[in-house]
Design a protein around this ligand. Structure first.
Ligand code: ADP
Ligand code: MG
Length: 753
């Protein structure tokens, strides 16, 4: 489609931003609005607030200070005045002249000079005057004006977008196709698509500004709902398709129950009983199970999974458990062996990880393939090594948020065999409503109770200078017979370019991202840092201050403060055997203090360990800290989590550390994490297979997500009904077409066929 204002060159720039069609452009929504109908008067402003101000240019000057050129603009409204300043503002010279009207947006700050207020580096636009054409004036002044993120430099900034989008909407007047059924819109009191698009870009007079700024107008809600509806509809269909596939009906006879009773080392909690009941009920169904078992760290997921695996094994099927790291796989393997030794049945358990030697891998593959191994525990290698199971009945995936490969389990079974059941376990305490909606193709069980006898973990924050006290404390705990972990952000050296930090929880804000070019120069000179408080902090060369690393600190502690204790070192660069040996020794209590990286973050279970020390705690994400803390407090002994922090902690870092000290509730922490980081990063976008949303925001729009889910289920049901449906044939056809298009283009989640 031809769009006025978009030639080949511009089209190329837009494509670089992912805008390929006219529709994409229409769904590029303003990120804020300016009320140019009733502009704020300067005397209504309060220092500290973000505000947009329309005023007249009184004067402009380029001040050449020793450090850098500063462009200063004086704006006036009657007797009141405000100064705006741009550092390195040479490029602004000559852009303004007295009498022009400009709109600026920025933080209002008190001013000590002649003006009443000032703004540092505000966004600005020179407003059109009578010399500009009528359309420009119409779009820019005397109305609520949309402000867009630029789609390509100054050229494709707000002004350009207003014009092009306005033109586009005009040319499509009355012809924007609706993609949702009329009855649904009426029920939800949402406007049609064309009206929504028009009003979201050009809000009608009188639309409340507050609603606009938080995307809560009916127009916004309609577009957000639309996006979430098609997500949920796709998930609902996926779930349906799965329900229709042939699976295995496992039997739960008295023999099966006896097999479980034999090995259970303790009384399960009520929550464990309930969730196992839900899982087993699924397993008895003739359709494949797709269930998520969600439970905070330490809630006892492993034993629930093991019981489910026993059901499969007792039915003559093989069960596989996939863990995200070799350490965890090894630990599960050792624990399962120990547990199943208690059984009168003879189960064969094998381990399969990438770094086993070829010989052992080959022989294990043989055991699996011939059906001689009933229980297989491993890592990704289970998929990558092309292991073919003889009779695979159940796959358990531990800590799924590192995987996102559900479909690939098909590789593990023989063709023509029934689909195995799949149980996914996660400790990422996804807020429940989100879990239900997001894992739309999984059913969810929640372990919401900790095993008895746990004492709360005492969490403290300690500054770096006081680490001697921490070492002292560890020595005392070891004397009492306890064990401790000390965790570092890097393996070796002082830079965090090492794999251990490279995962979804990584916090870009704490990273060593290079400062923006302008700031970099000034910081290097080291003089103007006060003008760039934020940039200066970003540029703060942590590397120079030196990050402590596991390898270096292991040496230091071993020969210094921890001399005489049995101390071990564990990180991702050790080979599989070494890791296994260290883990085993720590588990057996032959190592007192384990110096490690985040390889021990998930799942490691050594109940006698009672102290978790995290150095450079400010650099870890909230989910990570919570996971690390979850390594202790697993036995009856009183446990401690000590967060040692460096000198400089960012504001967000402060929030995280405070939250850790304040609460141990994984769900509360998850809510906070979600709020701090936004859903994309929270879920590790790509890995979780989650789409990027164009207009929706999972935190802000949770209620609409719920609504979308209900409507998606309802739609699928009503589409099945012959006659009596509230939707017409044509409407349904449009919904399906749109779904296909949306999922293929936006999410890439549609499976072929
Ligand atoms: P997670 O859910 O984090 O994977 P685990 O399965 O590793 O938790 O269990 C944590 C610890 O609690 C383990 O030491 C396990 O043996 C113990 N545990 C689990 N369930 C119970 C129970 N019902 N009673 C006592 N201890 C339990
Ligand atoms: Mg676990």
């Amino acid at each position: 489609m031809y769009v006025r204002g978009v030639g080949p060159r511009v089209a190329e720039m837009l494509a670089a931003k992912g805008i390929l069609t006219a529709e994409d452009l229409l769904y590029h929504l303003p990120f804020r609005y300016e009320d140019r109908q009733n502009p704020r008067s300067l005397d209504e402003l309060t220092p500290g607030e973000m505000a947009s101000v329309i005023a007249e240019v009184r004067g402009a000057a380029l001040l050449r200070t020793r450090k850098m050129p500063i462009f200063e603009l004086t704006l006036g409204q009657g007797r009141l005045a405000m100064k705006c300043m741009w550092f390195n503002g040479t490029y602004l010279n000559g852009k303004f002249h007295a009498g022009q009207t400009v709109a600026v947006f920025g933080k209002v700050e008190p001013s000590r000079s002649t003006s009443n207020f000032k703004m540092i580096q505000p966004q600005f636009e020179v407003l059109p005057d009578s010399s500009d054409d009528a359309e420009t004036r119409l779009l820019e002044v005397g109305r609520i004006t949309p402000v867009y993120e630029s789609l390509g430099g100054a050229r494709l900034a707000s002004r350009w977008q207003r014009k092009v989008i306005f033109g586009l909407l005009e040319s499509m007047r009355g012809a924007v196709p609706e993609c949702l059924p009329r009855a649904m819109l009426e029920r939800l009191a949402l406007p049609d698509r064309e009206k929504a698009l028009r009003e979201v870009h050009f809000p009608p007079e009188g639309t409340p500004m507050a609603q606009l700024q938080c995307s809560a107008t009916a127009a916004h809600r309609r577009l957000i709902f639309e996006e979430l509806f098609f997500l949920e509809l796709g998930l609902e269909l996926k779930r349906r398709r799965m329900r229709e596939r042939a699976g295995i009906s496992f039997a739960t006879t008295a023999t099966v129950r006896e097999a479980i009773r034999e090995v259970l080392p303790f009384h399960p909690t009520a929550a464990q009983k309930r969730t196992l009941g839900e899982i087993v009920a699924d397993m008895r169904q003739p359709n494949p199970m797709r269930r998520l078992l969600q439970g905070d760290v330490g809630s006892g997921k492993t034993i629930v999974a093991l019981q489910a695996m026993l059901v499969a094994m007792e039915n003559g099927y093989q069960a596989a458990l996939m863990a995200p790291t070799e350490i965890l796989a090894t630990q599960h393997y050792l624990a399962a062996r120990k547990l199943l030794e208690r059984s009168s049945r003879k189960y064969r358990i094998v381990l399969l990880t990438g770094s086993l030697d070829e010989e052992r891998k080959r022989s294990n593959r043989g055991l699996i393939n011939r059906g001689e191994a009933q229980l297989v525990i491993g890592t990704h290698a289970l998929i990558e090594e092309k292991v073919e199971f003889d009779r695979l009945g159940l796959v358990v995936v531990d800590e799924q948020h590192r995987f996102g490969v559900l479909q690939r389990f098909r590789l593990m079974k023989k063709p023509n065999q029934a689909e195995p059941d799949v149980l996914v376990m996660t400790a990422t305490p996804i807020p429940r409503t989100l879990a239900l909606s997001l894992y739309g193709d999984l059913d969810v069980s929640v372990l919401d109770e900790l095993p008895p006898g746990r004492t709360p973990i005492v969490t403290r924050r300690v500054p770096d200078e006081r680490c001697e006290e921490v070492w002292d404390f560890i020595r005392k705990q070891v004397k009492l017979g306890r064990q401790a972990y000390i965790v570092y952000p890097v393996i070796e050296g002082t830079k965090d370019d090492q794999p251990e930090l490279d995962f979804s929880h990584d916090d870009p804000e704490a990273g060593l991202a290079p400062p923006p070019p302008a700031a970099r120069k000034s910081v290097r000179k080291g003089k103007t840092a006060d003008l760039f408080p934020k940039a200066a902090q970003e540029a703060n060369p942590q590397a120079k201050l030196g990050l402590k690393s596991a390898v270096d600190m292991y040496e230091k502690l071993r020969t210094g403060p921890m001399a005489g204790l049995r101390i071990g070192l564990l990180h991702g660069r050790l080979d599989a055997d070494e890791k296994e040996v260290i883990m085993r020794r720590f588990q057996r209590g032959e190592i007192d203090v384990l110096v490690a990286t985040t390889v021990i973050e998930v799942g490691v279970d050594v109940p006698n360990a009672s102290v978790m020390v995290v150095e450079h705690a400010e650099r870890f994400g909230l989910a990570q800290l919570h996971q690390l803390r979850g390594r202790v407090g697993r036995g009856a002994a009183k446990s401690y989590c000590i967060l040692i922090t460096g000198k400089r902690v960012s504001e967000v870092g402060e929030q995280r550390l405070n939250a850790m000290v304040r609460t141990q509730d994984g769900f509360e922490l998850a809510e906070l994490d979600l709020a701090i980081r936004g859903p994309g990063e929270f879920f590790g976008t790509r890995q979780a297979g989650l789409p990027d949303f164009r207009v929706a925001n999972l935190v802000r729009d949770r209620q609409l997500l719920e609504l979308a889910k209900l409507e998606a289920v309802r739609f699928v049901h009503s589409a099945d009904k012959v006659g009596g449906s509230e939707t017409t044939e044509a409407e349904r056809a449009r919904v399906w077409a749109r779904l296909k298009d949306a999922w293929q283009r936006r999410y890439g989640l549609v499976e072929a066929g």
